[in-house]
Design a protein around this ligand. Sequence first.
Ligand code: SAH
Ligand code: SF4
Ligand code: F3S
Length: 440
Amino acid sequence: MTAPKKLFIKTYGCQMNVYDSERMAEAMGAEGYVATEVVEEADLVLLNTCHIREKAAEKVYSDLGRLKPLKAARPGLMIGVAGCVAQAEGAEILRRMPIVDLVVGSQSYHRLPAMARAAAAGEKPVDTEFPPEDKFDHLPDRPKAALRPTAFLTVQEGCDKFCAFCVVPYTRGAEVSRPAARILAEARGLVAKGVREITLLGQNVNAYHGADGDGERSLAGLVRDLARIDGLARIRYTTSHPNDMSDDLIAAHGEVDKLMPYLHLPVQSGSDRILKAMNRRHTAEGYLRLIERIRAARPDIMLSGDFIVGFPGETEADFAATMDLVRAVGYGMAYSFRYSPRPGTPAAGRAPVPDEVADARLQTLQALITDQQRAAQAAMVGREVGVLFEKPGRMPGQMVGKSDYLHAVHVTTDATPGTIARVRITASAPNSLAGEICAG
Ligand code: SAH
Ligand code: SF4
Ligand code: F3S
């Protein structure tokens, strides 16, 4: 018997890429490949890439450059580029990096096994189509070994919003929702294998409108259906757009116990002028009113967001409006990025804000966000929260898990991964909390 072939996958970018990497590993598992974390022993190296900002996209090429000596030393080694850079650049990647053997776009993963066979036979297959068949229908069932107590589950993919800065509508294509029955079956399968928490994924997850018999299911309906699965303890979803936050979904936050009190709701800017230039189709005031309604339904909800600073045309007054909005909301955490012009997007040709101005604003915003994050964590001390344990911590006898509010929590306990316990928070460190199991 020959030794199984080994697959090394490096994942860049968002949670959907993490999910996709798992699905690709499963598809290649059916071909006899086993996963390895040691790149030097791999027979196939897959880079599952991200195109969202220039730095992310360029990282792929520097990583490919570092693979050159390995490829020279191991002539049978195949190198594949998957994900959003693959989708955006296609065959151009082969021209720039001849060591690459195959390029597979984000909608074609079910074709990866056949492409790997073609590559092994000396071809250089490239597939960046948006094929008419649904890749999810052609991917194998999800085996047990790869699973942890928490799992991602893609329910919606692509985006029709076309924010002026963003490549996602081009790399992931038009918005498509998976049928509700498929999602529920996948969720039941995950729970049967020990998963306790599912995070529903979509670039515009709250725009979900999947087929359900003769009708359609909204995200709120899907959440309510999932909540009826015995053994599934926690439901989350990400990422949402403010304009798709329906009354029903807001109500679900107050009514469905399994829906966790955490919501990632990017707003990008606090200036209406910039929001308009970004083609966001909402105002700062509209966003703040929405937050009020969400908090009325679920007062303890933890909010997170995304911000872009230095978008073309951003003035000091626009940036001040962003700072005001962040102060008004009070985020549990938030991500902020310097604007990065992306090829093919409407904003790419507009006059940029000088680098040093954008950098200074980013630092100012990040300092405010860090303060809010610390304050939100400090406010947890003394409180009792649910914690789902995921893995052993760094100290002996310690487990790490996530609180209902998505904080990492360290606890000394002999509880096993997958256990949910009531924990009293005793201390707050910069990026995590410490706690002890509540008596009784
Ligand atoms: N709705 C998507 C957003 C993906 S991009 C999702 O599923 O997560 C994540 C964040 O990256 C965006 O919210 C935005 O803040 C940031 N971003 C997108 N394009 C960018 C660009 N050109 N430059 C800087 N940041 C960008
Ligand atoms: Fe990009 Fe905007 Fe769509 Fe989010 S909503 S994926 S930022 S275009
Ligand atoms: Fe990046 Fe594609 Fe996700 S561009 S953020 S990997 S959808």
